[in-house]
Design a protein around this ligand. Sequence first.
Ligand code: A2P
Length: 341
Amino acid sequence: DRYNVAVVGATGAVGQKIIETLEKRNFPVGELKLLASARSAGQQVQFQGRTYTVEEALPEAFEGIDFALFSAGGSISEKLAPAAVERGAVVIDNTSAFRMVPEVPLVVPEVNPHMIGQHQGIIANPNCSTIQMLVALKPLYDAYGIDRIIVSTYQAVSGAGQNAINDLLDQTRAILNGEQPEPKVLPVGSLPKKHQQAFNVIPQIDVFTDNGFTKEEMKMVNETRKIFGDPDIQVTPTTVRVPVLYGHSESVYVELKNSFDLEEVVQLLQGAPGVKVIDNPEAQEYPMAVTAEGSYDTFVGRIRRDLFHPRGLNMWIVSDNVLKGAAWNAVQIAEYMVKTR
Ligand code: A2P
């Protein structure tokens, strides 16, 4: 069986990786529709040895589509996802538009695949920082329970889209040439004030909310609770942008509900789906952004007992934010649906 697939935002940082991932996984694509803004219409893209032409994303484009993978921003999803569902497509949405809608499953296949079957047309992909954290915490959650998570992120600019990637490269070149760059995109594309990202660390991702946390941080709080189905779990995030192109890193401190054995923790992580443990301090081995770049896995290292809290555990979690954090998680959901239908 073959499936007709639409990629909305096909020219973007995530869209391009979705196309690449469909090809790499040999997903049974019948017809492929590559959709973007009118600016990109006519652009040509190679897929499985054929040339496809990018079209403007319009409601009619979803006629006959089985899977529509969206990554063109929240407002495009709000506008076009219902049009795709009306035409019989299953939408897998990478934006935050529908994540917290109660009827919409918010899915990480390693964590809550059982939610996929409950969809009513739309399945949401969680935020990239949430996905990799939960892939790593799932086996510990199941074995010991989790009371609280304190997490600081070191996030790549690709999470803010292709323009942010290009701007970091431009800024870096300008500074190395002795020029003063004019930052154009970060921290938040839609806000007028910009900060230099090259050779700099910015403690703001997305806009601030009234409680002093940013929207990105509140996504980590609310999505973690929804995915684990646990409204009591405490999450304290600080999300930070670093001058890295691909790969989010996270310093994670968890307080487990029950006492744990460190060796058992490592074994559980080693056996967990989607997880690779790299943890050998003596040999200076630990995951880094460059370790994760291009991989579907979530890497865990620096696993150590807290110095003070008897049920406290520290670790370092790294994954490719545009793959497991977006494109691969979306394709993985589609693969799951194909396999279980
Ligand atoms: P385009 O390249 O034509 O602007 P990124 O996350 O890397 O910024 O990518 C955003 C994606 O969303 C791009 O593919 C972009 O297409 C697409 N996009 C932006 N605005 C629209 C729109 N109004 N309609 C459809 N797609 C859009």
